[in-house]
Design a protein around this ligand. Structure first.
Ligand code: ZN
Length: 156
């Protein structure tokens, strides 16, 4: 059996990974270039696997980032309900000063705070950004570093 990315002979069974949405069998080295296929598991575990990978700074297909103008959206949702920053702070069990800083975009809220705001307002403040893409067609099956295209969105 040959690796479907580098063409090398695979010793043993090889690894199944997802590249550009399709499953390919690759060698141990190329395994690092794709997202490992999650075992038949529920959403919760899948998310956990993804988080773990991000911590190890290994390639992942998607990463979650705060949307642009998230602070304006929070402010708008709060004002729509006629709440002061203090009221909102109490509802998410945070300090009013934190709410003020978030709305002024002085700080980036912690994921836990973002989650609380999303639940409270029933909105989404994050979006999934594709982080790493492997172009198999272009690489002629011999990937080099330059072939890994990073399209991570730049932060302000
Ligand atoms: Zn390989």
């Amino acid at each position: 059996m040959e690796c479907e990315i580098c063409g090398r002979e695979i010793k043993g069974r090889g690894f199944k990974v997802i590249v550009e949405g399709s499953e390919v069998t690759v060698c141990a080295r190329c395994k690092e270039h794709g997202a490992v296929k999650p075992e038949k598991i529920d959403q919760g575990v899948k998310k956990l696997v993804l988080k773990k990978k991000q911590k190890l700074s290994r390639p992942v297909e998607f990463t979650e980032e705060l949307i642009e103008n998230y602070h304006l959206i929070i402010k708008r949702e709060r004002e729509k309900r006629g709440w002061s920053q203090e009221v909102l702070a109490k509802k998410i069990q945070e300090k009013a000063s934190l709410v003020r800083k978030i709305e002024n975009a002085e700080i980036t809220p912690e994921p836990e705070v973002v989650e609380k705001l999303e639940k409270l307002f029933n909105i989404t403040l994050r979006e999934k950004i594709p982080e790493i893409k492997i172009d198999l067609k272009k690489t002629n099956l011999t990937p080099t570093l330059g072939d890994v295209v990073v399209i991570k969105k730049k932060k302000r």
